[in-house]
Design a protein around this ligand. Structure first.
Ligand code: PDD
Length: 278
């Protein structure tokens, strides 16, 4: 795999980052995941905007190389050859001489990018396939999940608990209100209304979430951003998960309970998938 590290495109095995990089010692960095189809990044500007926003919120200066990000992704896509790819971009506060909570004054951010093959959303070609299996869990993460930090212990912890059965996604709730998935945003269809949790809940402002909301604005499928209680979630007619690599995928099992309208001809979610045009 070809990667980008601090100004150079090089082979993954040649890429070297110091163990004193604050990304390693403190998880002090941010990231983005950008899908790219036929070497055309999807919603590039929106991802770049969120990346800058995450950096600003962590007081990490914006690296100048971000001005050339589109060219770098284009080159990486060509070198890594897969038809469709997902780019992983990680920027940390940088490397320092000794481990210290306080960053050195002249510290320079580290920027690292990989790309890997991206599987097309399987629900595009076979909408009749069984939906995802999720489980609900109390949200134990920090209060600033609006920042896309690389510190994801709270997101991945439960998936590694050997006492728990594996599932496709874990949906976090706090005080009885749904927040988001461990790696996706959540939409439900209830009483024929499309609902999604509000950004006021300090969830990740998903680029896919925003794309869906904006695509449906002023249509009869308009999305409402409201608190979703566990009771509403359980009564949903449909549940969808969205992310840059998943696009939109339906859920069929919540904690082993099957959703009422399985494999219905009247599902709304396939209509929403048609908006993903790249
Ligand atoms: N995850 N919420 C969380 C906690 C996420 O990690 C993600 C994405 C989303 C969806 O955001 P977007 O539509 O911008 O991809 C919501 C990425 C894909 C990941 O960590 O790999």
């Amino acid at each position: 795999m070809w990667v980008f590290l601090n100004g150079n495109i090089l082979r993954e095995e040649e890429a070297r980052i110091s163990p004193l990089d604050r990304g390693f010692t403190f998880g002090d960095g941010v990231y983005e995941v950008i899908p790219s189809y036929n070497n055309k990044p999807f919603l590039f500007d929106e991802h770049l905007e969120r990346l800058k926003d995450s950096l600003n919120k962590l007081f990490i200066p914006l690296p100048g190389v971000l001005d050339e990000l589109d060219t770098i992704l284009y080159e990486l896509h060509k070198k890594n050859k897969h038809k469709n790819q997902s780019f992983y971009i990680q920027i940390t506060r940088g490397t320092q001489d000794i481990r210290s909570h306080d960053a050195e004054k002249d510290i320079v951010p580290t920027i690292f990018i990989t790309s890997q093959s991206l599987q097309i959303n399987p629900y595009r070609n076979s909408p009749g396939r069984i939906g995802l299996r999720v489980r609900l869990e109390e949200d134990i993460r920090w209060a600033r999940c609006d920042i896309k930090t690389t510190g994801l212990t709270g997101n991945i912890l439960s998936a590694h608990d050997p006492s728990k059965k594996s599932c496709d996604e874990i949906i976090f709730y706090k005080d009885g209100i749904i927040n988001e998935g461990s790696k996706s945003n959540v939409f439900i269809l209830l009483d024929q209304k499309i609902l999604t949790p509000s950004l006021d809940q300090k969830i990740l402002p998903g680029v896919t979430r925003r794309f869906i909301i904006e695509s449906l604005r002023d249509t009869d499928l308009e999305v409402k951003e409201v608190p979703i209680s566990l009771d509403m979630f359980h009564r949903s007619e449909e549940i969808w998960l969205t992310s840059s690599t998943k696009e939109l995928q339906p859920v069929h099992f919540v904690d082993n309970i099957e959703l009422p309208k399985k494999r219905s001809q009247n599902y709304i979610w396939p209509k929403i998938l048609n908006y993903f045009d790249y």
